[in-house]
Design a protein around this ligand. Structure first.
Ligand code: ZN
Length: 108
């Protein structure tokens, strides 16, 4: 079992950062980043992506395949109590808060 993954970002090896430079003089390359498995990234996207940018690149390239894993063909709803709007004020301005709470009696 390996203790690392290569970043799954399809453009990772094209990003111009010095930490991606590998190889001997005259034969340099930009290489996909290696991601070490740690207790902090295990079973999360950060075990497979070195950055938000690489994750976004992957999503944009594979979006149709990704949503096909768990298609959403209809909306979902969470039952809530009637929202309560409260006015607040201080000597300078007024503002409103709207409290939204889940109606636990209608939870399935
Ligand atoms: Zn990457």
């Amino acid at each position: 079992m390996t203790d690392f993954n290569w970043c799954h970002g399809p453009e990772c090896h094209k990003k111009h950062t010095v930490d991606r430079v590998r190889g001997v003089k005259g034969s340099k390359v930009l290489r996909t980043r290696k991601i070490k498995a740690t207790q902090w990234n295990r079973h999360s996207q950060w075990e497979y992506f070195c950055s938000n940018h690489c994750q976004n690149d992957f999503w944009n390239k594979h979006i149709l395949d990704i949503v096909a894993i768990a298609p959403r063909t209809e909306c979902q709803e969470t039952p809530i109590n009637d929202p309560v709007r409260t006015k607040h004020s201080n000597p300078y301005h007024n503002w409103y808060d709207t409290e939204i709470t889940v109606d636990e009696t209608r939870q399935s």
